[in-house]
Design a binder for this molecule. Structure first.
Ligand code: F6P
Length: 359
């Protein structure tokens, strides 16, 4: 039985995309030999809409294990616009189904985060054979304990925090490092613990600025002349927690801020008199070669996707559950964000060693 498999990467990139593509492709060639053809789809769902497809050679999947980014390119094509016909008059869902047909695909592997999984689920409900693979540095996909890309980003962010320690210490400063993670704070939490941050600020645990100031002052009084705060990009304070996102964004814009990090820095400096600085590593956290952990995880996930193809088990997303590579039905997990629970064990661990969350 001949199989033609489409692969795309959608949403923000992250380390491990190529390693996953490689794992899936190699396992398909192992299982199906000459009976498999792989079609690379460029630029995510945009490429599926616009038929940006290319038949791949087996050799193109070699030598990409360590490469950052994605060999197929990626784009953000927001789920909320997928079923909306815009000025260009394009019915995106219809076009994606047409490309799938035109390319004679038997199934489609979609590597991406929450938005990607939502569209994957939509395509699955439209009758396409889809398998999702969970990628994101945010680690916020429901139903899997870990996503590929997360641990590499933890390593990178930890390195940033490590480097900030010496300069913060030399100058006796408060340094706030803004860690990516707009909705969920997993990356700030894990890198904060790994890097020995003194305070961690997460969207899931709204902060009280007075508590953060007090934590800085207490460290100062105890002879520690510096403090490091790992602040998630999407963090907000207790007053903002009561607002709708739109109102919060508008109020922030009026104050001249987009994220909370600079505002926290200003407030700490004004209240404590301690000198503060802000460091935003931003997209550096998404760049570079995947860590050994992510290479292994990506390979495991890619191989599971190939097994699912063999079993003709479609409409699923690969996942890690109880340390076992497994899968969830796309419809059960698509669109559900995995937030850091307030009683999360890692939050407790951090609190148990005196890290303040400002709550
Ligand atoms: O979803 C991953 C992520 O890196 C988030 O942490 C961040 O908020 C967002 O992507 C940034 O997106 P973009 O690359 O489109 O600016």
């Amino acid at each position: 039985m001949k199989r033609r498999i489409g692969i795309l990467t959608s949403g923000g990139d992250c380390p491990g995309l190529n390693a996953t593509i490689r794992g899936a492709a190699k396992a398909c060639y192992q299982q199906f030999g000459n009976d498999v053809e792989i079609v690379g789809i460029n630029d995510g769902y945009y490429g599926l809409i616009n038929n940006l497809c290319r038949e791949m050679n087996q050799s193109e999947f070699s030598g990409i294990l360590t490469a950052g980014g994605t060999i197929f390119g990626t784009k953000r094509t927001p789920f909320k616009m997928m079923q909306v016909v815009e000025e260009d008059n394009i019915d995106k869902v219809k076009m994606m189904k047409e490309t799938y047909k035109k390319q004679k695909l038997d199934c489609l592997l979609t590597l991406g985060g929450n938005g990607t999984h939502k569209t994957a689920n939509l395509l699955s409900s439209e009758g396409l054979n889809v398998i999702g693979l969970p990628k994101t540095i945010d680690n916020d996909i429901w139903g899997t304990s870990v996503t590929f890309g997360f641990h590499t980003a933890v390593d990178t962010a930890t390195d940033v925090i490590d480097r900030l320690h010496s300069t913060a210490n030399s100058h006796g400063r408060i340094i706030l490092v803004e860690i990516m993670g707009n909705k969920a704070g997993w990356l700030a939490l894990y890198s904060g613990v790994a890097g020995g941050a003194d305070m961690i600020v997460l969207p899931e645990i709204p902060y009280d600025i007075d508590k953060l100031c007090a934590a800085c002052e207490n460290r100062n009084k105890s002879g520690k002349g510096f403090s490091i705060l790992a602040v998630a990009e999407g963090a907000f304070d207790k007053a903002e927690a009561k607002m709708k996102k739109k109102e919060r964004t508008r109020k922030r814009a009026e104050q001249g801020y987009t994220t909370a990090t600079n505002r926290i820095a200003k407030q700490i400096e004004a209240s404590t008199g301690l000198e503060t600085r802000v460091c935003v590593p931003g997209h550096m956290l998404r760049g570079g070669s995947p860590s050994a952990y992510d290479r292994v995880l990506a390979t495991q996930f890619g191989v599971r996707a190939a097994q699912l193809i063999n079993e003709e088990k479609y409409g699923y997303a690969v996942a890690m559950k109880n340390d076992k590579v497994s899968e969830n039905k796309l419809k059960d997990i698509a669109g559900i964000t995995k937030f850091v629970p307030e009683n999360d064990q890692m939050v407790k661990t951090a609190k148990d060693i005196g890290i303040s969350f400002g709550d």
